[in-house]
Write a protein that binds this ligand. Structure first.
Ligand code: FES
Length: 178
């Protein structure tokens, strides 16, 4: 956990301590066995694109309802969340300061960046914090037990920077001043 997340948790702000997602987000009883199972599942992911050029990122079971994670399509990190049974794939890099959106939390169709709480609509890529900072959305399908990602259906903004949205202020401290 980063320092900002720690402070927010102490102040009772930011992501809820208990995720709204069901069982899959709960800590595994045997984390080592769960990690082994996950590795085994990921090893089964097809390496080649399908006939339509879609790339498999994980078994469908790896993204349970309300949950998400970061995956790679080639060298491109993407965030994938399942909401109301459907998987949505968007840029992993937040348009504020490139925070990992796959490590955020989804409340319905809105994912919140774990760094400074910028919010995005998973269906459209719209940034709810700063209007001109949308993220890319990708075509997605599920077939043969896997989640497959195609090309971008909406392009994200290139700009970065802007105010935080987590209620915390950044204060620069000069270590040489008493
Ligand atoms: S990096 Fe995402 S809100 Fe700052």
């Amino acid at each position: 956990m980063g320092i900002r997340s720690f402070i927010k948790r102490q102040l009772g702000r930011g992501a809820p301590a208990a995720p709204t997602a069901p069982a899959a987000s709960a800590p595994a009883e045997n984390p080592a066995a769960a990690a082994q199972d996950l590795l085994k599942a990921m090893a089964s992911v097809p390496r080649e694109p399908d006939a339509e050029g879609f790339v498999a990122i994980c078994p469908s079971s790896v993204i349970p309802e309300g949950d998400g994670n970061t995956f790679k399509v080639g060298d491109v990190p993407v965030a994938a969340y399942r909401v109301q049974g459907k998987v949505y794939v968007v840029d992993d890099e937040c348009t504020h300061e490139n925070g990992p959106l796959g490590e955020g939390h989804a409340d319905g169709f809105v994912v919140t960046c774990p760094y400074h709480d910028w919010r995005f609509d998973l269906r459209t890529g719209e940034c709810l914090t700063m209007k001109d900072r949308q993220i890319s959305c990708f075509a997605v399908k599920e077939a043969d037990g896997f989640v497959w990602v195609g090309s971008k259906i909406r392009h994200g903004a290139a700009g970065r920077g802007g105010e935080h949205d987590d209620g915390l202020k950044t204060v620069r401290v000069d270590p040489l001043k008493p």
